[in-house]
Write a protein that binds this ligand. Sequence first.
Ligand SMILES: [Ca+2]
Ligand SMILES: [Ca+2]
Length: 268
Amino acid sequence: MNKRTISSLILGSAAMLAVSSAQAFTVSDFNNHFGYGPTKEEQTRWLVDTLLGGNKDITVTSYSNNSTWLYMSGRTSDDRLILSNGWFLNKIPGLHGTYGGVDTTTKTGGNAALSALIGNTPTHDQNVLTFQFTVESWVTAIETSFIFASDEFGKTNNNDVFAFWVDDVNYARLPDGSIVSVHNVGNNWVDGKDHGYYGRTEEISIFAPLDLSRSVHTITIAIADASNTGGISTVFFGPITTVPEPETWAMLLAGLGIVGVTAKRRQK
Ligand SMILES: [Ca+2]
Ligand SMILES: [Ca+2]
């Protein structure tokens, strides 16, 4: 095999790993999407829209992201949000493609809430997407999923961390319930190059009840380096679905109707 075939295979298998299907993903970024010079607000809204995946049950009222102009975020072709603590998009051939400085500091600072999750280890290069929203009255929870990938696979001196807060509760958990950090991933690492990463988790599902005492809800997704700024980590996240879904209820009700009609006919 020549080098191009090998790198295609690597990218292809990375994509399959990430989406659990034979469909490969590519990565797009703001400039690819908008052309040159999108505003920071446009970039942030694009990230939020990626996360919502066209969900019409959620109405966004405000949003912010601290790092969109630094190529730290993007979207996969299967519509997952990408958030990274390094210059993620520089890893991808054909985008910015320099391969330079992907794991150097982004100068976006530390994150106290993430540090608190890992024994107050100092964090760096935070990438935080936050938005406020209201939901249709029947929505009681949201569901989504993530893949955490890192160059710190197997390392003990770094502990990059990721969290997903819904109404101030962190629902990003590994299957054993521990928070998602490099040290905790343990047996959940899947070895293998994924857009250049040394390891990643399986796709992990999230079920997050909303705090129904609130009229306006908040989602915050955050990832950061820990101890130092090196070793890029990234989360592939979303999309978000609402629970219960109206289609599910419609099918349930239709199903009950059929059962009812059948029962009545049997009675005759
Ligand atoms: Ca970094
Ligand atoms: Ca790191």
